[in-house]
Write a protein that binds this ligand. Structure first.
Ligand SMILES: [Fe+2]
Ligand SMILES: [Fe+2]
Length: 452
């Protein structure tokens, strides 16, 4: 049996080239978003060219968030790009997600948001019928999910997880029953079946346990059910992070969630996957460049700058632009009392270096990192969680500094750990919780090889 090869691309968030996307209204939205929007036509063209140039890989899977925010015209433009790939010999299988439909999408003109036509959710299946749905061997129409046979011996379970399109992001019971039936049928036919869905099945970092949006609403229940049904592999997106996460069910069965980063935001990654009769092999690539005035930055620098700005802007606003800060966090009335402490903290963060922090808390900071601003380090920690393969593992000066700081903070964190640990065991040991966020011992978020 030939091994299966495919690309996994997600969260393309295409914003049609015909839309206006500049001026103060556009800038204000961009300041708090890591993904590029006006740039998407050019980033996607550069990325799709790389896919087209790879002649040995025909299949492309896309688990949703195809366009920016449900603009009809963005879908028209994006689908055209998909048809072009098809003409070049690619077979594309996709599902849609919550950014793919909307009643009130906009374009950006000077300081105004101008309404544009939206895509109704119920039209998406037929609109994309040539990209998976019409090739299905089984379809769960109500949820816009399907199964296709990708090639001899391999099936894909494509699961839409829009849920109730409000708080519930997950799989309905009848959808799940259908999915479990599909897994069983594939196994009976001797086929290997794996899944893709938009929301991550598993929290990819301990901190993601606390972010509602970071995984399916009913993730634990579904992860147990899937693993016990013999589904061992699922591809996801949505959080715009690169992460390979494993889960073992109560009955001892394993499932791996391969989450792929956003195609149009830091680190602009996509994956190439090979599955043979025994193993899953994952390689990852990034889009290094695209046509755009990047102010002298390389593609990678530009994407990183966009990501970092999202956080540095908030820290800078604490110090210098309290009005902007309050617009982000609940409005001026609620935050009036906070103006003095927030401004003071913001100003302190502008200058505070790691070596100062060391002096303050009586620990040594290695010379190689002593002059780094605490603010920059915090931004980097957050970015690393999303970029993946977090580098600060045991033995690095940064790990050393953070673990020493945590030791000094024990009088506080011990009490907090006891209190919070009761609610969520992840927080019982604050030191391990924090250290696991800055360093990933496994280093398998980009390159991984495991039993299928
Ligand atoms: Fe997204
Ligand atoms: Fe999403």
């Amino acid at each position: 049996m030939d091994p299966l090869k495919f690309f996994l691309v997600t969260d393309t968030h295409y914003f049609d080239v015909s839309f206006k996307a500049s001026g103060p209204a556009y800038e204000e939205r961009s300041r708090i978003d890591q993904k590029c929007v006006a740039e998407t036509p050019y980033i996607i063209d550069a990325g799709f060219k790389k896919l087209a140039d790879d002649k040995e890989t025909e299949i492309i899977l896309i688990p949703g968030d195809l366009v920016y925010r449900g603009e009809f015209q963005s879908h028209v433009g994006f689908r055209e790009k998909l048809y072009k790939l098809k003409e070049q010999g690619k077979k594309i299988y996709l599902i849609t997600a919550r950014h793919d439909y909307s009643d009130n999408p906009v374009e950006f003109d000077a300081d105004k948001l101008i309404p544009v036509k939206g895509m109704p959710r119920e039209e998406l299946r037929d609109f994309y019928k040539d990209f998976g749905f019409d090739a299905a061997i089984s379809e769960h129409k109500k949820s816009m999910s399907y199964v296709v046979k990708l090639q001899e011996g391999f099936r894909l379970l494509a699961l839409n997880c829009d849920g109730d399109c409000k708080d519930f992001k997950g799989l309905w019971d009848d959808q799940m029953a259908w999915a479990l039936e599909q897994i069983k049928e594939a196994h009976e036919a001797g086929d290997y079946i794996f899944a893709m869905t938009h929301y991550p099945l598993l929290p990819f970092s301990p901190v993601m346990e606390f972010i509602g949006d970071a995984k399916l609403t009913d993730w634990e229940k579904r992860a147990n059910e899937f693993a016990d049904a013999g589904l061992s592999l699922i591809f996801t997106g949505h959080m715009h992070a690169q992460a390979v996460t494993e889960f073992t069910s109560k009955n001892g069965n394993k499932i791996t969630d391969v989450q792929t980063g956003c195609f149009v935001g830091c680190p602009c990654a996509y994956r190439k996957v090979t599955i043979d009769e025994e193993n899953v092999n994952i390689e990852s690539f990034t889009i290094e460049d695209f046509e755009w005035d990047k102010g002298g930055k390389t593609g990678a620098e530009y994407f990183q700058w966009r990501f970092d700005r999202m956080i540095t802007d908030i820290i800078d606003a604490m110090a210098f632009d309290f009005a902007f800060f309050t617009r982000l966090f609940g409005g001026p009335e609620k935050n009036k009392k906070l103006k003095v402490p927030v401004t003071m903290a913001g100003k302190l963060l502008q200058k505070l270096k790691l070596k100062h922090l060391g002096r303050l808390f009586l620990f040594n900071v290695d010379k190689s990192i002593g002059d780094r601003l605490v603010k920059d380090v915090c931004v980097e920690f957050v970015r690393n969680i999303f970029v993946g393969d977090e580098p600060y593992v045991k033995g690095t000066p940064m790990y050393d500094a953070v673990s020493k700081l945590l030791k000094r903070l024990h009088p506080i964190t011990n009490i907090a750990g006891k209190k919070l640990g009761g609610k969520n065991p992840v927080l019982a040991d604050i030191d391990s919780f924090v250290l696991s966020m800055i360093g990933d011992e496994k280093q398998r978020d980009y390159t991984a090889n495991f039993k299928r």
